[in-house]
Design a protein around this ligand. Structure first.
Ligand code: ADP
Ligand code: MG
Length: 564
């Protein structure tokens, strides 16, 4: 039986099969290989995944959700209609849709899969991904890091040794990974990034520019109008990747607003975003102890790397052109399929956790008394991007006279002040009372390949050892899995032949919400006609009807939004 590769992205997800002539992407019910990672719940409990769910973000925002990959590994809950969902469950809906698409396309069951995750995903986030796979009825034989998959997709897999830099700018996140391939091992030498920076920030910038050109106040816009501006900005961004200038037209506040934005103006406005991209890049290179000209290849991943300004920045920084002969949105999925092909049947799940470096600095809160003001800061014990497993110890001492306890507070992150970092846990350790600074403790941090941190504190004068293990929490328990599984099984998926209809109807409803007056009448009329025709008892093939309705909607959008 075939094994499949899945890129479960924040914005888009894809599934690919490793066939005789290499990896191949599989289209969804709409014939597209990219399925937006969005979920919509109908009033009757039918779950729709993909483009229709994106339109519903505008039409029925309380029943639709996107970008939930950000919540993987947390206790976050999303309410959709009357139900509440864990991020694993929402991801399972996407995986289930991909599975069904592949099964319908290939006419064979899909079970064994490789799923990719960001290199910085911790153990908990990886387990959540595995759980999502289980909930979707998949057998996840392996989790692969996204940059590793991208390198595999470029065919650097078999014999070549080399050093690669993967630059991944998706919808909402930016990830930089440095990979070193030697003796058949792919090691991640450094992973950095910015979890709050992605293609969507470039869209937000264009939104601002549109609002300025349209001369209307942002806070006066209704949520719907704002969503329309966002959509216009997204279209503009994609147009500016191809053209040197592009136009927009919107009906806001009852009036039509039109304008043109040049690529140059967009790039000028994006200067500060471009600067923010440089910092993680430089940090990764320094952390991996490399120079920009030492890489064998620079690989661009993620739809947002299509923007010309990204390509030229990367070329300038590394003094050479990045590899782009594989479509940046599909690289990871193709690589996951290559990994699927490489994985032998008995591929152990042991190497599932491939955090080869500890991705964040770990330390404890300490007090600086050298100056007159007493300030608390984090004293690092393990530096970010240290190769794991690793064990290091540091000595600390009391700060008050007659102090009886030292509260060892463990933090993760790159910031000076404790409150700006993630608090992982604490450990209270007794010390012998004495003058300030006289009593000491040794704090040893041991970080293993599974991402678990053991903290061992030795109270020197009392000769006592105290320890705690801060394990990234495991995934869902058997009971929770069962319960989730039952809940998800109760949700209906729309009959396959209806997905295309539902997607068109959602699009028409979204356009209706975005428009006013006569335009609404026109849409209502077109939609009623389409629905009536679908309901005709004698209808044999709905495809020509859909084509006709889709081109009506295209025409409508072109005219109303004045788009090419
Ligand atoms: P993710 O990894 O988050 O799922 P993707 O790799 O699919 O994301 O990238 C999505 C981002 O790429 C979005 O911000 C989208 O606007 C952007 N994008 C896609 N195509 C283009 C293009 N032609 N020009 C500019 N940005 C694009
Ligand atoms: Mg991605």
């Amino acid at each position: 039986m075939a094994i499949f590769g899945i890129d479960l992205g924040t914005t888009n997800s894809l599934i690919a099969i490793f066939g005789e002539d290499g990896p191949k992407l599989i289209p969804n019910a709409l014939g597209e290989v990219l399925t937006p990672s969005a979920v919509h719940m109908d009033k009757d409990g039918t779950v729709v995944v993909g483009a229709a769910a994106i339109d519903h973000l505008l039409v029925s925002p309380d029943r639709a959700v996107a970008s939930f990959k950000r919540f993987m590994g947390t206790d976050h809950r999303t309410t959709l209609g009357s139900g509440t969902f864990r991020p694993e469950e929402l991801s399972a809906c996407v995986l289930r849709a991909l599975k069904e698409d592949a099964e319908a396309h290939l006419k064979e069951p899909v079970s064994d899969v490789v799923i990719s995750v960001p290199a910085y995903f911790n153990d908990r986030q990886r387990k959540a991904t595995l759980d999502a796979g289980k909930l979707a009825g998949l057998n996840v034989i392996r989790i692969v890091n996204e940059p590793t998959a991208a390198v595999l997709a470029y065919g650097f897999s078999d014999t070549a040794e080399g050093k690669y830099l993967a630059f991944d700018l998706g919808g909402g996140t930016f990830d930089v990974s440095i990979l070193d391939k030697y003796e058949g091992v792919m090691e991640i030498r450094a992973t950095t990034g910015d979890t709050q920076l992605g293609g969507d920030d470039f869209t937000a910038l264009l939104e601002k520019m549109i609002i300025e050109k349209a001369e209307c106040a942002r806070d006066k816009l209704t949520p719907r109008e704002r969503a329309m501006v966002r959509r216009a900005a997204e279209n503009l961004k994609i147009a500016l990747t191809k053209e040197a200038s592009a136009g927009f037209a919107l009906t806001l506040d009852g009036a039509t607003r039109e304008g043109t934005i040049t690529r140059q103006a967009f790039e000028d406005a994006a200067a500060s975003l471009m600067r923010r991209l440089r910092a993680p890049l430089e940090r990764a290179i320094v952390d991996a102890r490399m120079k920009p000209d030492e890489f064998d290849a620079i690989i661009l991943i993620g739809g947002a790397t299509r923007m010309p300004m990204i390509r030229s920045m990367v070329a300038r920084l590394f003094g050479r052109l990045p590899l782009v002969h594989i479509d940046p949105d599909t690289t990871v999925a193709l690589g996951a399929a290559v990994q699927a092909g490489l994985s032998s049947r008995n591929a152990a799940l042991e190497d599932m956790v491939m955090t080869d470096v500890c991705p964040h600095t770990l330390g404890i809160a300490s007090i600086d008394t050298s100056m007159r003001v007493v300030t608390e800061y984090v004293a690092p014990i393990l530096q970010r991007n240290a190769i794991v497993p690793i064990s290091r110890s540091e000595r600390f001492c009391t700060v008050h006279d007659q102090q009886r306890m030292i509260d060892v507070k463990v933090y993760q992150g790159e910031h000076l002040r404790p409150e700006d970092n993630v608090h992982i846990g604490s450990l209270e350790v007794p010390v012998k009372p004495g003058p300030a600074g006289s009593e000491g403790i040794d704090v040893r941090f041991t970080y293993d390949v599974n991402g678990a941190l053991e903290v061992e504190v030795t109270s020197l004068s009392l000769d006592e050892k105290h320890s705690a293990i801060f394990r990234n929490q495991t995934g869902l328990s058997e009971g929770e899995l069962k319960e989730s599984f039952a809940r998800l099984s109760a949700l209906k998926a729309p009959p396959r032949e209806q997905i295309a209809n539902k997607t068109l109807i959602a699009r028409a409803e979204r356009l209706y919400a975005e428009n006013l007056g006569e335009n609404r009448d026109m849409l209502r009329h077109m939609l009623a006609q389409f629905e009536a025709a679908l309901n005709d008892q004698h209808l044999k093939d709905p495809e020509p009807l859909r084509k006709e309705f889709a081109s009506q909607l295209d025409r409508f959008e072109r005219e109303v939004f004045n788009q090419p």
